[in-house]
Ligand binder design. Structure first.
Ligand code: NIG
Ligand code: FE
Length: 424
């Protein structure tokens, strides 16, 4: 039995509960001064303030008076792919729009070609390196999508890579089937045929092996219409996959309104989400999973996050890590952008990257807050409070990451903490 006592926590900041929090509740974060956390066999058994309990066999981890939060939950990533797309930077600088690069057979489709020709072992190795970096940055749970295969064999290869990594890397993974990420070149003249392939072959194959928990669709101009999105998500539902939607990223073609009709757990992106979409998500309790680093990277507008929170929609923030629109693994950068670009408070942002992210990943009863019964996932930050964590830009302030009670310490020499810092 493993027993860990994290002591000398200056401030322990956590959302509370086992479901997503929207409206005013999104900004209600519990802040315990002079706190401790006990983790037994990977699960939190007690949280308190003042004198920690006598625990003779327990390992002690001294937080040195620093800020502690739950481990970060990155609820939207395209973790598994081959190659990168740095050559698109020049195209972007010349002003070529994202959807035009895709229409020319580049973008997602060029990553599809690379991913089809990679072995599963190669995909696992690349995914593992990404997960190592994410863990160092404070991410302890990560949703991961397929969607760079667009044929049954490669979609399954991606999902099998996710399963292998979930079983062998400390970061927990949540698998999402995204066979409807683009129409592959061989189906360009037969869209209906591709939708049938997704519904009648890929979904049954993926669920037959128990490889996915969610089904996602890129509902976008020139990609999948709202009608096609509904058809695919309903096929997923018949096989036990909960719906997610890439909605209103570039054009608002009805994705967010669909959330209510299909019972989507989350809508993602939502850069151009109309008021009717916000109302539909509020009514359905859909989590809005927003990706501010993608807006930054595409030079696009920012999703109306403030209006969503104010309308009672629970907002999560994630990286969207992928080789095209956001080659970024850093949830700390996402947190800063959440404040600066979405005008969310640090407390709202913390809930967004922990409990609401967990809800978007279907895991709010096991991760996303520091409470007895939840997994022992937390981060000791080189920061004294939440304001500092969101205010600093681009450094890695994660000093020690604890995942299911296992301790991962970063080398933090050279990282500037707050004045009066307690390095050592
Ligand atoms: O979420 N929008 C669709 N898919 C990804 C981008 C994938 C890519 O460009 O490779 C996204 O931004
Ligand atoms: Fe995405």
């Amino acid at each position: 039995m493993s027993d860990l006592l994290v002591v000398n926590i200056g401030t322990l900041a956590t959302a509370e509960g086992r479901s997503a929090r929207g409206g005013a509740a999104q900004g209600e974060v519990r802040a315990l001064r002079d706190a401790w956390v006990r983790i037994e066999d990977g699960v939190i058994t007690a949280v308190g303030t003042g004198e920690p309990p006598q625990a003779p066999g327990a390992a002690r981890l001294d937080a040195g008076g620093r800020l502690v939060t739950p481990g970060l939950v990155d609820a939207h990533t395209h973790l598994i792919f081959s190659g990168w797309r740095q050559h698109e930077l020049g195209l972007k600088l010349r002003g070529t729009p994202y959807l035009e690069i895709l229409a020319q057979g580049g973008g997602i489709l060029s990553t599809v070609r690379a991913t089809r020709s990679a072995s599963q072992a190669e995909l696992e190795a690349k995914g593992r390196r990404a997960l190592d970096e994410m863990l160092r940055l404070g991410t302890t749970t990560c949703e991961a999508k397929s969607g760079y295969g667009l044929d049954t064999e490669t979609e399954l290869k991606q999902l099998r890579a996710i399963r292998v990594l979930n079983g062998s890397h400390p970061v927990d993974l949540v698998p999402t089937f995204l066979g409807a990420h683009a129409v592959p070149e061989e189906y360009r003249e037969d869209r209906a045929g591709y939708v049938r392939l997704v519904c009648e072959e890929m979904i049954p194959a993926a669920t037959g092996e128990g490889l996915a928990k969610f089904c996602d669709v890129f509902c976008e101009t020139g990609v999948f219409s709202a009608g096609e999105t509904r058809t695919i998500l309903e096929a997923g539902l018949r096989h036990g996959l909960r719906p997610k939607i890439h909605a209103d990223e570039i054009d608002a073609i009805g994705g967010s309104q669909l959330a209510r009709e299909v019972g989507a757990v989350s809508c993602e992106h939502l850069i151009v989400c109309p008021p009717e979409g916000i109302a539909a998500m509020a009514a359905a309790g859909t989590v809005a999973c927003l990706l501010p680093a993608t807006s930054f990277y595409l030079g696009a507008a920012y999703a109306p996050a403030r209006a969503m929170v104010d309308a009672g929609v629970p907002v999560a923030l994630a990286t969207d890590f992928n080789p095209g629109s956001c080659p970024c693994l850093n949830m700390q950068l996402v947190m800063s952008l959440g404040c600066l670009k979405y005008r969310l408070t640090p407390e709202e942002v913390l809930t967004a990257v922990t409990l609401n992210g967990a809800a978007a990943a279907g895991l709010a009863d096991t991760v996303g807050s520091l409470e007895p019964g939840k997994l022992g996932d937390l981060v000791i930050w080189e920061a004294e409070d939440l304001d500092y964590l969101c205010y600093r830009l681009g450094s890695n302030l994660a000093r020690t990451v604890v995942k299911r009670g296992a301790v991962f310490t970063n080398h933090t020499e050279g990282v500037m903490g707050p004045e009066g810092e307690r390095n050592g």
